[in-house]
Design a protein around this ligand. Structure first.
Ligand code: MF3
Ligand code: CO
Length: 254
């Protein structure tokens, strides 16, 4: 016995509707990213888009201990790893911007993240984005029946480290469904062959965070924003997926 809930086809359908809105918003936001836009503009856009589609922002009102998150999007710029708070900050050419978004439909959650460049960025930074997204897909490819959770973790870490980047260990992916965060945790590092066995109907948010420099993170005084301790750039990609008999199904993909 464990606390991992297997989702029925009807539940997966609800998650898939939530996840579709997530994917649509992120795709729309990708095209809005340019110099001069504030991170708050992106948050406003995302909220309107979600409400228009009949969804509910999942992060708004989300509570961790005594802290409440007040926004729809997490926007993490450059050395910010995750949970950056939308503000009057103006994006400028050469920045990289992590956009993390959750949506609820009929009580079920979808969660995804992308990192996008603002205008032209150096080749090495492009490589960071590409490798992080590839690492996500290496992890997803391991989300097959009979594998274990850490087979995902190991695939993510191996890919990021082969490219001489480091994976963040202070935050992990998670089960998802009727809550944003369910069991099991899905680390982005570790030996293969450990943890719960994957079964059809398991829904997971897999979300590597990869740093150009060292893996350690620190928290800003706002209580949310995580940054790299060494100030190096960080990228984040995330999908909500379901394990099926025929392989992983990515819900947050258009
Ligand atoms: N997608 C993130 C996660 O999976 C962000 C949620 S934190 C929140 O943990 F507080 F902003 F909701
Ligand atoms: Co998540």
């Amino acid at each position: 016995m464990n606390g991992i809930e297997l989702k029925s086809p009807d539940e997966i359908d609800k998650m898939s509707r939530a996840s579709r809105i997530v994917a649509e918003v992120l795709e729309a936001l990708r095209h809005q990213i340019k110099p001069g836009v504030t991170t708050e503009d992106l948050d406003d856009f995302a909220e309107k888009f979600i409400l228009d589609r009949g969804g509910k922002p999942a992060f708004k009102g989300y509570q961790v201990r005594d802290q409440v998150y007040r926004h729809t999007l997490c926007v993490s710029v450059n050395e910010e790893v995750v949970h950056g708070i939308p503000s009057k900050r103006v994006l400028k050419e050469g920045d990289i911007v992590g956009l993390d978004l959750g949506v609820i439909v009929d009580g079920y959650y979808g969660d995804a993240a992308i990192t996008v460049p603002v205008g032209v960025i150096p080749e090495q930074v492009h490589r960071l984005l590409r490798v992080t997204e590839e690492a996500l897909h290496k992890g997803i490819a391991q989300a097959v029946v009979g594998n274990r959770i850490s087979d995902i973790s190991h695939a993510v870490q191996a890919h990021a480290e082969a490219a001489r980047f480091s994976v963040v260990t202070d935050f992990v992916g998670h089960g998802i469904g009727r809550k944003l965060h369910e069991e099991p945790q899905v680390p982005n590092y570790g030996e293969p062959g450990r943890g719960p066995r994957l079964k059809p109907g398991m829904a997971l948010a897999i979300e590597p965070m990869v740093n150009m420099g060292r893996p350690e993170t620190a928290h800003l005084a706002d209580g949310w924003t995580a940054v790299t301790r060494d100030g190096s750039l960080s990228a984040h990609f995330e999908h909500t997926i379901v394990v099926t008999e025929t392989g992983p199904r990515i819900l947050t993909k258009l």
